[in-house]
Design a protein around this ligand. Structure first.
Ligand code: SF4
Length: 96
């Protein structure tokens, strides 16, 4: 193995992200530190409303599932993605 054999994230076509309705709205798609469950539900309801009007919803959901993303993607919370069988190490809202 040479010193140039680093492991990088597989290159993906992320062009669809340009069309996401969530651009500039990161604060409702990713949890702040120490967020309370009730606050998380309200934040995720707002994110879901944005996603349901997004032209790339299906692509986004598939991407997030395939890459085990954290945060709210494609109309799904981490908990919903986890429960759909796309396991995360420590999803928010899922008890061990
Ligand atoms: S589906 Fe939701 S998270 Fe995905 S790009 Fe659209 S608005 Fe953003």
């Amino acid at each position: 193995m040479s010193t140039l054999d680093f492991k990088f994230r597989a290159e993906t076509n992320d062009d669809w992200m340009e069309f996401g309705s969530c651009r500039g709205l990161s604060d409702i798609f990713f949890a702040p530190l120490a967020e309370r469950p009730q606050t998380r539900h309200r934040r995720e309801d707002k994110a879901r409303t944005v996603c349901l009007q997004c032209p790339v919803l299906e692509t986004c959901r598939e991407f997030a599932r395939a890459h085990r993303e954290y945060g709210f993607w494609g109309g799904e919370s981490e908990e919903e993605r986890h429960q759909a069988g796309y396991r995360l190490i420590a999803p928010i809202g899922v008890r061990a």
